[in-house]
Structures are given as structure tokens and as C-alpha cells.
Write a protein that binds this ligand. Structure first.
Ligand code: AQP
Length: 338
């Protein structure tokens, strides 16, 4: 394979307030990869994706995008170290997305579990954009020739499709142009579950606000949600194996471990034999301690909208410096007259 610059790309949709799942499964990992300094890091608010499921009111989309930018920075993304930008401000994403619509096969897209889950029984009424979502996601990644993509477990299948698209393009044109990207799905919080139902992913679009912790929740909200989180009457066991049939308990233990940055077994060592009446207040203290400063910093940043817009404009300019030549070369390979 050609030598590609080690580069990380990932994105988050401004489709609602950021949840603890997005933070632990994605954002926290983004910061770690930025700070490791081993890769260039490119992070994006994927607003074009955010309109695939519903067309939110324009003011709502704008404020969610700015709030997401504030969340990136408050969580530790430094817009000088990383390229931080908004997808629609870099038109090369949509342009390469179109090309990938022509590379991807209908059968590949129909197999996507996120499509099946989100379109549900009403697939005929879902948007064409929702169906094509994974091809645009492949373009988001490959327009930067990204070699690594940190994501939560739910995005694994989309990343496999990204690899298939890159491989088919390279094969069809006899080139070694797009990298075969590696997913980075690591840690104890790759799939944070709903606080109300241990079989469902914590999600910003879940109708119940009690199912998730939002990054902007107050200390009281966090305490209330964790106190009311579904659990069972058993004490915590000594070994993780004892949680196999207890998804809600396992979820809270994983959240604790991810926030404290310790292995899940260390949480068991600390709380074995204790009831949730003891464990939950400890989790509340930890969550408030870790999330409180991020929420306050987000509110502070949101006071200066012009500064957020300036950061996004600068980020888009830097992103285009990488994306524009990759698109040009793609057009050349395909045979479009330039
Ligand atoms: N519950 C989760 N646990 C771990 N990681 C998660 N991610 C999302 N939910 C969890 C990761 O967050 C990143 C950004 O996700 P997204 O906003 O692009 O879309 P999503 O995966 O569809 O997230 P949501 O919260 O469920 O949004 P809606 O409700 O709008 O669909 C991804 O890396 C994802 O893996």
C-alpha cells in the first residue's frame, strides 16, 4: 500500500445535545489521539449528516452546530493542534460523496443495520440521504486520506463499508489511491447504554431524556438521572463475569471506569459486595466532577458566537487545503475533464 500520512478523522452529528455516550465513546478518545501527537487529527461537525433523519428548524441546526463546536473545545480539542470544522463549509465532502454513491452498491447499503434501525418499518418514507449516509461518511474519511478513525461500536459496520468503497475504487481504477482505513474502537465505553434500558444504546434522539446524560445537564439533573437509572437488587459482584446477565449494572460500572480512567475490574475491586445505594452516589460524584467543568466551559464559549464562527471558518480553510487536492486527483483518476 502507498505511504499515507498517519491521520485521524472523525465526526459527530449536530443532531441534538451531546450525550455521555458521544463523550466517552468518541470525544474523549479524540482528545487522547490529539494529545498523543502520533497522528494529524481532523475533527468535524457533520451537519450534512444531521439533516438525513429530520430537517430541524434552521436556527436549531445552527445553534446545535455551534454548541457542538463548543463541546469539542471544552472537552479538550485545541483548534490549533487539530483541524476542527463544520462539514458543509468544505464542499469536497459532498462532491466525493456523490462519487462514492456511484461506487457503493445498493445491496451494501441495504445491509446497514443503522439504516434498518433508523428507517424502521417506514423505509419508503425515509430520506434518500439517510440511505446514502454511509457513502457520505466514507467520503468524510477518505477525502483526508485518513488512516485511523476513532468511533463507538455502533459505527463499526459503516467503517467496514468505507474500507469496501476504498478497495473497490482502487481496484476498479487500478490505483492505490485511497487508504484502507483502520477503525479505532477501544476502551470500556465503546457502547454506552441507555440508563432506562440496558439493551439500547444511549442516544441523543431517544425520546426519553432520562435515558441519557447530556453534557449540558446540571449537577442536579445528573444526580436525578443516575439515581433513577434502572438497576437490579443484587450487590455488585467481585468479578466482571458476574455482570454478564446484568446489562444495566454492567453499563454503570463501565461508565464509572471510563470516567475514572481505570479498568472495569478495578471498579469491582472497589465496590464488590456493595449495593447500588452506595455505588450510585459515588458515580454521581464522579460524573459531576468530570462533566461539570466541561458543561461550564461550553456555556462560557457559547457566549461568544463570533469567536466560534471564526474558529470554524479557519478550520474549514485548513481542511480544504487537504481535501481540495484529493478531490482533484480523484477527478483526474475518474477521467473528468479539468
Ligand atoms: N451510546 C454510545 N456509546 C459509545 N459511543 C457512542 N457514539 C454515539 N452513541 C454512543 C459515538 O459517538 C460518535 C458520534 O455519533 P453521531 O452523533 O455521529 O451519531 P450516532 O452514532 O447516531 O449517535 P447518537 O447519539 O445515537 O445520535 P442520533 O440519536 O442522532 O442517532 C460516533 O463515533 C458514535 O459511535
Amino acid at each position: 500500500m502507498a505511504d499515507f500520512t498517519p491521520r485521524v478523522f472523525s465526526g459527530i452529528q449536530p443532531s441534538g445535545g451531546l450525550t455521555l455516550g458521544n463523550y466517552l465513546g468518541a470525544m474523549k478518545r479524540f482528545v487522547q489521539m490529539q494529545d498523543a501527537g502520533t497522528h494529524e487529527t481532523v475533527y468535524c461537525m457533520v451537519d450534512l449528516h444531521a439533516i438525513t433523519a429530520e430537517l430541524a428548524a434552521p436556527d436549531k441546526l445552527r445553534s446545535r452546530t455551534r454548541e457542538l463546536c463548543a463541546a469539542f473545545i471544552a472537552s479538550g480539542i485545541d483548534p490549533e493542534k487539530s483541524i476542527l470544522f463544520n462539514q458543509s463549509q468544505v464542499p469536497e465532502h459532498a462532491q466525493l460523496g456523490w462519487i462514492f454513491n456511484c461506487v457503493a452498491r445498493m445491496g451494501w447499503m441495504q445491509r446497514m443495520t443503522q439504516w434498518k434501525d433508523k428507517a424502521g418499518k417506514n423505509a419508503q418514507n425515509a430520506s434518500l440521504g439517510l440511505f446514502a449516509y454511509p457513502a457520505l461518511m466514507a467520503a468524510d474519511i477518505l477525502i483526508y486520506h485518513a488512516t485511523h478513525v476513532p468511533v463507538g461500536e455502533d459505527q463499526k459496520q459503516h467503517l467496514e463499508l468505507t474500507r469496501d468503497i476504498a478497495a473497490k475504487f482502487n481496484h476498479d481504477y487500478g490505483v492505490d489511491f485511497f487508504p484502507i482505513t483502520e477503525p479505532v474502537i477501544e476502551g470500556v465505553a465503546t457502547r454506552v447504554m441507555s440508563l432506562r434500558d440496558g439493551s439500547k444504546k444511549m442516544s441523543k434522539s431517544d425520546p426519553s431524556d432520562m435515558s441519557r446524560i447530556n453534557m449540558t445537564d446540571t449537577a442536579d439533573d445528573i444526580a436525578k438521572k443516575i439515581r433513577k437509572a434502572k438497576t437490579d437488587p443484587e450487590p455488585l459482584p467481585e468479578a466482571l463475569d458476574g455482570l454478564t446477565e446484568r446489562p444495566e449494572a454492567r453499563n454503570l460500572v463501565n461508565i464509572y471506569a471510563a470516567l475514572a480512567e481505570i479498568p472495569a475490574q478495578s471498579v469491582m475491586d472497589q465496590f464488590a459486595g456493595q449495593q447500588f445505594g452506595t455505588f450510585k452516589p459515588a458515580l454521581v460524584d464522579l460524573a459531576v466532577d468530570k462533566l461539570g467543568p466541561i458543561g461550564s466551559e461550553m456555556s462560557r464559549l457559547m457566549q461568544d458566537q463570533a469567536e466560534i464562527d471564526r474558529i470554524l471558518a479557519r478550520g474549514a480553510e485548513r481542511a480544504r487545503e487537504i481535501a481540495a487536492p484529493v478531490l482533484e486527483q480523484t477527478f483526474e483518476i475518474i477521467g473528468m475533464v479539468r
